[in-house]
Write a new protein. Structure first.
Length: 766
């Protein structure tokens, strides 16, 4: 055991070099956690008031530096550094994010999924990687955590990061070039339901020879095998005759995903106050899947609908994505700086699926369908930012941004050797482009040492064009978003502060929602060279809507934050958003060109206004902060409560789509004093949820409880072994829907079991 005097001396030994060298302080940011010495102890060791003030502002550990940046930000921001990212040995970035306040993930328990802030799905959360949007088809689940330097979570939009963030923004920053040498190797093996998942990762940082530059290179190679069972039931009840028809589908799928992720950052110092960066990023993945399904009808269909009783399918898909970003920064003088960025990206995805459908009485396939898709995406971006510091504590920033994407897609479909689309003349080729131009200006103003303001104004124009054989689209939208943020500290040295934000944000339609090209439901196909017949509401065709307008949201955020003396935070954050031109898929009976009778069509529409509000509670602290004799256990907990209502849809469940009523996390970890061992566990909870989506449709899903645990053994200073378990006590999951028309009541449910994943990882510093 070290005496308090020795511990304080050791902290000062680390602190003084960091005061003399900011670069060294950055290099130490990922070191072990330690608390800053209290002011009284600092004054006892150092008599200079000036040095004492510096001690109050400088933090040593990665966690502490993250909290300093969070505290100093004018807009509400949560920063997750390497220490937090590595803590539980998660296999995906989504699994890391699920423990943050107000963040939920879709998909089955333990598998990650689409990431949502404040429970709001469907594009309300802006996802960025290095400040850039990724190509279609890319998700955070494809990004291994060991390639991430930090994660920035912004609860309210800012002018610089963009206003397409009604719920907030998540910016994933990839590994950065450091002056400190780093050479890490990670060898991992995971298992879920007997399916193995090997993983190898390597990260290296060093100087670029004798030049005034540095680099970081991260490579990750992984394979994930999955084996899943699912069961779905569809029951249709005729409200006039009270007769019921039932369809049950039991299926099993086996998949394998192989992926190679590479990213690098090269940085050169060109002169005094001038740097140049290159940031290449590449993802190569391949997926194989085999699925078998057995269908049971009670009674057999007699309404002319096509049906089969058994199917088997095999699919292969691949994706290659390459992105190159450049950045040039120049300090023009003591108060001015210019920052220029440019990026190019290419992505190619293709897929082949073959499905055979049988009647149980015959081994001869009644239908063989082959689908092929090939898509290419190209993108470019240009960004310029000018910053100027005024003498009266104003920091002015102005910027211009341009971004363009081009998507070219080809799809072919063959049924028993004949084209599936020949009778429709919808076309199999799609060429679409999106261009975005934005300009912004912002002012950060410090009024003394207790009060600071942020005011910004951003204007964006988005133009979307598509050309297909029969459905060309041109959609243009412009949005102006004023943004105001403020922070007030109780006093100059206070650890308490209050935040307030008044913002405008928006959600733009995605490309597929705008393109009016219809997709005919496979259960009610059109006869060859003949108009389609009728379909049912639960087997609706799909079509886009070229007249969609973006949603606009006016938001207010209020927060209280208390930063604890031993590291950690207690915070309360309340928010409200008023949304206009809400977009939602609506199923209606329509007269269409491809049928001689009305067909049920699911189509996105602007349906009106909605309101959402909630409160997010967060507590991160060391247990001995409040219980003097307790062990120094690190506690992490949060509870978020959400409410929303959509105008024009009857309650009580007229909520925003996919938004649960709450989410909560509780976690703790502790480093043993007698052994080189760290242990920890966490529980993530999301309750069951029911949403009235439209006047006739209701959707629900079961609750989700995911328990994780880890143990980290430090064999020596350069080698450690990590054992982790994800989704302990795995629950079953269910998604259901209810559709009510004047003639029928249709209920569907689907789901299955989830599984525990065990992982063992060896971490070596070479």
């Amino acid at each position: 055991m070290f005496s308090p005097k020795f511990r304080l001396s050791r902290r000062l030994a680390y602190l003084l070099p960091s005061l003399l060298s900011p670069g060294l302080a950055m290099a130490q940011a990922s070191g072990p956690t330690s608390a800053v010495a209290p002011a009284a102890a600092a004054s006892a060791a150092l008599s200079s008031d000036k040095v004492e003030q510096k001690l109050e502002r400088v933090e040593l550990s990665g966690t502490a530096n993250d909290e300093v940046a969070r505290r100093a930000s004018s807009a509400s921001k949560i920063i997750i550094g390497r220490e937090e990212i590595e803590r539980f040995g998660d296999s995906t970035v989504g699994e890391v994010l699920k423990r943050l306040p107000g963040v939920t993930t879709g998909g089955r328990p333990g598998r990650g999924g689409d990431v949502r802030m404040r429970g709001m799905g469907g594009g309300y959360t802006q996802i960025l990687v290095n400040g850039e949007r990724m190509a279609p088809g890319f998700s955070l689940d494809q990004l291994p955590p060991d390639q991430v330097e930090r994660i920035e979570v912004m609860r309210a939009p800012t002018a610089e990061f963009g206003a397409r963030a009604v719920a907030g923004t998540i910016n994933v920053v990839l590994r950065e070039a450091l002056v400190k040498r780093l050479n890490d190797l990670r060898l991992g093996l995971s298992s879920e339901r007997g399916q193995l998942r090997p993983n190898i990762g390597w990260s290296r940082s060093d100087k670029l020879g004798d030049s005034d530059g540095a680099y970081n290179l991260s490579v990750n190679l992984q394979q994930a095998d999955t084996l899943d069972d699912s069961n779905s039931i569809n029951v249709t009840r005729d409200l006039h005759t009270l007769e019921e028809s039932r369809l049950q589908t039991q299926s099993q799928s086996r998949g394998q995903r192989q992926a190679l992720n590479m990213n690098a950052r090269l940085q050169w110092r060109l002169g005094e106050g001038e740097t140049f960066n290159l940031q290449p990023f590449a993802v190569i993945s391949r997926n194989e899947n085999e699925r078998t399904a057995n269908l049971t009808y009670e009674p057999l269909p007699t309404d002319g609908r096509y049906f089969y009783e058994r199917s088997q399918s095999k699919s292969d898909s691949s994706m290659e994505m390459l992105r190159l970003n450049t950045q040039w920064q120049k300090q023009l003088d003591e108060s001015s700086r210019i920052d220029l960025r440019a990026g190019l990206g290419q992505a190619h995805s293709k897929g082949d699926t073959t499905q055979q459908q049988f009647l149980n009485a015959s081994s001869q396939a009644v239908r063989t369908q082959e689908d092929h898709s090939d898509g290419r995406d190209s993108s470019w971006s240009l960004n310029g930012k000018y910053s100027h510091q005024l003498e009266n504590e104003h920091s002015l920033v102005g910027g211009l941004e341009g971004e363009g994407t081009q998507r070219d897609q080809t799809k072919t479909c063959l049924q028993d050797g004949l084209s599936c689309r020949s009778q429709l003349e919808f076309g199999d080729e799609l060429s679409a482009s999106t261009q975005r131009i934005a300009a912004y200006v912002q002012d950060e103003w410090s009024v003394g040492k207790q009060l600071s303001f942020y005011a910004g104004l951003r204007g964006e124009t988005i133009l979307t064009k598509s050309a297909s054989a029969a459905y060309a689209v041109s959609n243009r939208s412009s949005v102006w978003t004023p943004l105001l943020h403020g922070v007030w500290k109780f006093d100059e040295k206070s650890r308490d502060q209050i935040r307030a934000s008044l913002t405008r944000s928006y959600r733009s339609p995605n490309l597929q929602d705008l393109i009016a090209q219809p997709a005919i439901n496979a259960q009610y196909p059109c006869p060859d060279n003949q108009p389609c017949g009728p379909n049912t509401v639960d087997h609706a065709d799909r079509s886009g809507n070229p007249n969609l307008k973006p949603e606009l949201a006016t938001g207010i955020d209020l927060a209280y934050e208390n930063y604890l003396s031993k590291g950690g935070i207690l915070s309360v954050n309340a928010f409200v958003r008023r949304i206009s031109d809400l977009m939602r898929n609506v199923t209606t009976l329509q007269t269409v060109a491809w049928a001689d009778v009305p067909r049920w069509i699911s189509q996105p529409q602007n349906i009106g206004k909605a309101t959402t509000y909630g409160v997010e509670l967060e507590a991160k602290f060391r247990l001995d902060e409040f219980i003097p004799d307790a062990w120094p256990v690190q506690m992490r907990s949060n509870l978020s409560l959400f409410r929303s209502s959509v105008d024009g849809i009857p309650g009580p469940n007229n909520k925003l789509d996919q938004q649960p009523s709450a989410t909560a996390n509780l976690g703790a970890d502790y480093r043993l004093r007698s052994l080189p061992l760290s242990i920890g566990a966490s529980v993530n909870w999301t309750p069951s949820n029911t949403v009235q989506q439209t006047l006739i449709t209701e959707a629900s899903n079961s609750r989700k409880i995911v328990a994780d645990a880890f143990a980290l053994w430090n064999i020596n200073p350069d080698t450690s072994l990590r054992l982790s378990a994800s989704n302990l006590a795995p629950p079953d999951y269910t998604n259901a829907s209810l559709t009510l028309t004047p003639d029928n009541q249709i209920t569907t449910s689907s789901g299955g079991p989830s599984y525990t994943q065990w992982s063992l990882r060896l971490e070596i510093k070479i």
